[in-house]
Design a binder for this molecule. Structure first.
Ligand SMILES: C[S@@+](CC[C@H](N)C(=O)[O-])C[C@H]1O[C@@H](n2cnc3c(N)ncnc32)[C@H](O)[C@@H]1O
Length: 207
């Protein structure tokens, strides 16, 4: 496994570009460390958007969800869901997922990392903003338990193939698109992709 990969410049500056000085906790995650030790699966949803998939997944499995988003409306929406349903094992972080993983999440405790329909940043000059690169893959794998999985989904064909190659470079193994979407719920991003006649690509890589 690759260890000392330098943090890309974009992620070193991201928080400041967002005008944030400090990541904020929701009221529901003051006991995050205890929650991570209970016997449910620890799942991180990175860039949950409006929270459609997180809410649906939580409603069916009641696992521990750590939800990270930089979009305030999504944060408020999920916090409301947590409050109304009196959920104790869902934590919401507002800010850059890379900073939050680095600073708040212990290594080797996560069962699943979900990255569904991340922004594809289609222009070459913007590829550096993508959430998947060798540095972030190394970080995600550090946070996963042995046997934990990273599940990525997109309807953007170039991002899909670029990510597949990145996974292959990182793991040293050939990766295949997954014909099984696992429990991934349908969101507006998937519906929009299907309306445009795009394929939906799932990649699932195991630590
Ligand atoms: C295209 S949306 C997908 C939302 C959701 N996963 C879905 O499938 O409906 C991508 C989301 O990722 C969030 N995002 C992008 N980069 C992020 C980062 N570094 N940290 C946290 N959230 C991020 C954006 O704010 C946006 O809401």
């Amino acid at each position: 496994m690759m260890s000392d990969i330098k943090k890309p410049k974009f992620y070193s500056n991201h928080r400041y570009r967002q005008g944030q000085n400090k990541n904020q906790y929701s009221e529901s995650n003051s006991n995050l460390k205890d929650i991570l030790l209970n016997d449910r699966l620890n799942i991180i949803d990175i860039g949950f958007g409006t929270g459609t998939s997180t809410k649906s997944l939580y409603s069916s499995d009641k696992n521990n969800y750590i939800c990270i988003e930089s979009y305030m409306q999504g944060i408020n929406n999920l916090k409301k869901f947590i409050k109304i349903n009196e959920i104790e094992n869902m934590s919401v972080f507002h800010g850059d997922a890379i900073e939050i993983l680095n600073e708040e999440i212990p290594d080797g405790v996560i069962d699943e990392i979900l990255i569904f329909f991340p922004d594809p940043w289609p222009k070459n000059k913007h590829h550096k903003r993508r959430i998947i690169n060798l540095y972030t893959l190394n970080l995600f794998f550090k946070k996963l338990k042995k046997g934990g999985i990273l599940h990525f989904a997109t309807d953007h064909i170039i991002y899909a193939y670029d990510t597949k190659s990145m996974f292959e470079e990182f793991t040293g193994y050939k990766q295949l698109f997954n014909s099984n979407r696992r429990k991934r719920p349908t969101t507006n991003y998937e519906r929009r992709g299907l309306r445009r006649k795009n394929f939906i690509f799932d990649l699932v890589v195991k630590k």
